[in-house]
Design a protein around this ligand. Sequence first.
Ligand SMILES: [Zn+2]
Length: 427
Amino acid sequence: MYRCKNLQLTALVLGLTLVAFSLPTNALAQGAKEKSTGKSKSIRGKDLPAVPGVSDYASKNFTLRTDMPVAEAKELLTRLETMIVLVARYFGKPNSQIIEMNVVKDPNIWPPNSIDPDAINSIQSGGGITLSVTQFQRSSTGQKQAIAAKSIVWAVADRGTPQHEAVHAYCHQTFGRTGPTWYSEGMAELGQYWKEKEDGVNIHEGVLKYLKSQEPKELTEIVASGQQTGDSWQNYSWRWALCHLLAANPNYASRFKPLGLQLLNDQQTSFEAVYGPMAKEINFEYNFFLTHLDQGYRADLCSWDWKAKFTRLKGTGSAQSKIDAMRGWQPARVLVKEGDKLAITCKGEWQLSKSGEKLTADGDADGNGKLVGILFQDYRLSEPFDLGATCQWEAPAEGELFVRCRDDWSSIADNSGTVTVKIKVGE
Ligand SMILES: [Zn+2]
């Protein structure tokens, strides 16, 4: 775990610009016109003499100056290249400018003045910093449009920091900004963990333990304005949780990407403007996500079905639903009042792993694979209860009935099979 700083403060821009782009000070003094040449003259200076123990590497999208051993440096570049493809694909814009990375394993190897003075604190405290300069132009509608941007990354040589910072650098160089703190840091954390063909949660163990041990932080607190970059790894954990949920859960993902692009393009919008009308649903799913959070948890497979219709059975009426073993709670389409009696019959089989035995909705001897239920009422859930392939059940309370195939929440993705659940009025 680490702290990151992602700076594009005016003072910093001026400082950097003075050093790097040699602009006349009177141009800098104009403030709003944060000018730089954007001609990507290297801040770290390619003309610097070779430093013993510090080497330069290059790949398609990155240059890397580091004191890491050759094999580690190459492995990092491979990881960065894989990640930048995923990040660029997500945002729909290819990376158009080399990202300059400086990754420090042992600061003592780096000679005096070889580490950017603005990065020294971050490196010494075991974190990273992305130093950016951006040239803006006001459009006819008064919007600030970034016309050139350059980022320099400094990071310690741990597992996640260089990747986290590289996401900031991509956003800066591609959009001229990284969005509000919750989004900027949440997405950088997300990017750090992005892997090809991996949709499950896959985070630092310390972050996981922390999130599981805490009362969920209020969403309004996570997205509040006026937050500082580099504040604490705990805050970064909450930002990750929110961004992961919004990016992965299909109920929110389709609005999350345009929201992000609008934030990155400085258009008038906010988390509240986009998700305000569905605040109760998000809150419910956010709490649910944190309750079941684990490595491998699939927010996409456990998304809640808000559109299902529920009816109270009467007389000879019945309800039927197909329940997938590889999904979370799914609507049984039956609304119950306390004391209602239902008769449940299931057809079909499912498996809890690729090579697992085929099970009916009665499950195995340990109860895994059994059909279980839960009641949803006013955005609250009852305790789950056992059902089974053929059973009579009496509702303990009022609510909408949801069912699923019992399995560890973090390992439902390898389940297969569907069971048809038919419900009638019971005796
Ligand atoms: Zn960051």
